[in-house]
Design a protein around this ligand. Sequence first.
Ligand code: GLU
Length: 418
Amino acid sequence: MENGVFGMVLKQLDTTAEIIGLDENMHRMLRQPERELTVSVPIQMDDGRIEVFTGHRVQYNSARGPCKGGIRYHPDVSLDEVKALAAWMTWKCAVVNIPYGGAKGGVQCDPLTMSKSEIMRMTRRYTFGILPIIGPRHDIPAPDVNTSSETMGWIMDTVSMLEAATTLDIVTGKSIELGGSLGRREATGRGVMITTMELLRRLGKNPEDVTVAVQGFGNVGSVAADLIRKEGCRIVAASDASGGYFKGDGLDIDGMIQYTETSKNHLLAGYEGDGVEVISNEELLTLDVDLLVPAALENQINEKNGDNIRAKMIVEGANGPTTPEADNILHDKGVIVAPDILANSGGVVVSYFEWVQGIQSFFWDLDEINQNLKNIMVSAFDTVWELSTKEKVDMRTAAMMIAIKKVAVAMEQRGIFP
Ligand code: GLU
């Protein structure tokens, strides 16, 4: 049995396979990624030293379309983690029914200690390393933890220089000036808000009565906090890698976002507000709130703290924040979890719009993008909710059942090559 994050993926897959009676051959194929690539990424640091980083790109499954998924820069990146994230991308694209398979990439590094030019050289060298397997019809990278539209611009430029042709559709999550899509930066957080509102509607809850804690204040958490607050909920706690902040009658999310625009590494460290208490990340997770939004990394809600979770609803902005053991604990406690592959799919959905717009060289306005995003996410939510009610399973299991069936049908119809 695999340990680590990929072990979580296998547990989720095996459970689903049993429930849907998945064909045994199909099951064995789905337990392995199609392709794994590990590259060495040597770069010259600003002080003249050569540092050798390790990067990965995993293409988990391409039965439903070209592989799609972000690139992560983090000290904890490993092949195991990238494999798991690539599998989740596969299920995610299937749940929201966009024509992609799943991939993920990452470089093990600590970008917070690196200069911008070091990160740029690392990005270019990593792009060169994975170039043989990426491409607009093969595998399309995007931003993830610690990467942004700036990183995507460097990737686009590196590929364009090496191919001597401007290649806009090689990555999504680009800046608007470089052929990015309106609304892409906010898309994951917006999708978390859309999922939250659908969940509250189904449970007959008024947003005004809902208190929220958000773990993570990056591209996903900060946007989700802002948009959920605008719908009427009260954000009482928020945190990032530097620590957490609590205020019972509601945090000033606008003020916090403004603070991170100019703070060191865009972290909340040092943020002060009237009546704001400093708390730890662990305290944030176990606060007595109605809704918890984990929007940071994997493995945050696990068998150690699962019992202490007091939120009644969890909407997963991060990938893999809840372990299968914690899922069982939460299910027994009656906590409703809107799973990552549904709740955080807004990013890849608008990435899909960006790719389509780039291919057509015809760009849509923001209203059209947000409306299309909402249609796709609400319809995916409905399908998952209905199946979970009908089969009396939690929403993750329902979402997995839908995803695995879709991928399996595509594999079956294509047949085994050769
Ligand atoms: N990294 C994001 C995710 O985990 C977005 C991926 C994409 O847009 O391809 O869903």
